[in-house]
Ligand binder design. Structure first.
Ligand code: G16
Ligand code: MG
Length: 217
């Protein structure tokens, strides 16, 4: 049997969430907006444009489109600085064995990320070859929790939503998977990702036996 295994990027494969956070914090600080780790949960899986709107909303700051565009560019330049030197050691624990098992088991693998920087990150950490399809922020018009990114990924792998499994670290991403009718697997804090069908702290907790049950479903 074959299923479509769809991976989110930030917070699932690599911990770039911390870099997004640092880059946004600079913008928030400059605008005098109080922005904490808890607030950052709201930004996970959310598009760049949407993330800025959320931050401005937190500070009840109104801004012109011109200012917003400037801050979006600044945020991304800052983020790109953080990720330039990323290497394979930034792949989160337990991810490679899971990708390896899926490959050996002939299971199609896709990336389903909101990030427009997904491809360079996969290249830097050297895992491009595992992916049969890559769908990222450049391919979608509707951000998570809209299921578009995952539906396109499943389609590219030639599988139905019912035969698709999504690994996600964000609330918006779990909601997107659930709306699509896919199996949702939360990676991270179970109390935050309580809408997921399955929860794991990280990939070291995901054993081949569990993966096999997903394949057999
Ligand atoms: C990621 C992050 C979000 C980020 C978004 C856009 O999505 O979780 O915090 O805002 O991508 O990223 P960029 O600014 O690089 O286009 P995912 O879906 O991989 O978790
Ligand atoms: Mg994520």
């Amino acid at each position: 049997k074959q299923k479509a295994f769809i991976f989110d990027l930030d917070g699932v494969i690599v911990d770039t969430a911390k870099y997004h956070y640092l880059a946004w914090q600079k913008i928030a600080n400059r605008l005098g907006i109080y922005f904490t780790h808890e607030h950052n949960e709201l930004l996970k899986g959310v598009s760049r444009v949407q993330s800025l709107e959320i931050i401005l909303g937190l500070g009840k700051v109104e801004a012109s489109q011109e200012d917003k565009d400037t801050w979006l560019v600044e945020k991304n330049e800052d983020y790109l600085n953080y990720i330039t030197n990323m290497e394979a050691d930034e792949i989160l624990d337990g991810v490679l064995p899971v990708l390896e098992w899926l490959k050996e088991s002939n299971q199609p693998i896709a990336l389903g990320s909101a990030s427009k920087n997904a491809r360079p990150i996969l290249e830097k950490v050297g895992i491009m070859d595992y992916f049969d399809a890559i769908v990222d922020g450049n391919d979608v018009t509707n951000a998570k929790p809209d299921p578009e990114v995952f539906l396109i990924a499943a389609q590219k792998l030639g599988k139905t939503a019912q035969d698709s499994i999504v690994f996600e670290d964000s609330v918006a991403g779990i909601q997107a998977a659930n709306i699509a009718g896919m199996v949702s697997i939360g990676i991270g804090d179970k109390s935050v990702l309580n809408e997921a069908q399955f929860n794991f702290k990280n990939f070291t907790e995901i054993h081949t036996q569990f993966l096999q049950t997903l394949v057999n479903k």
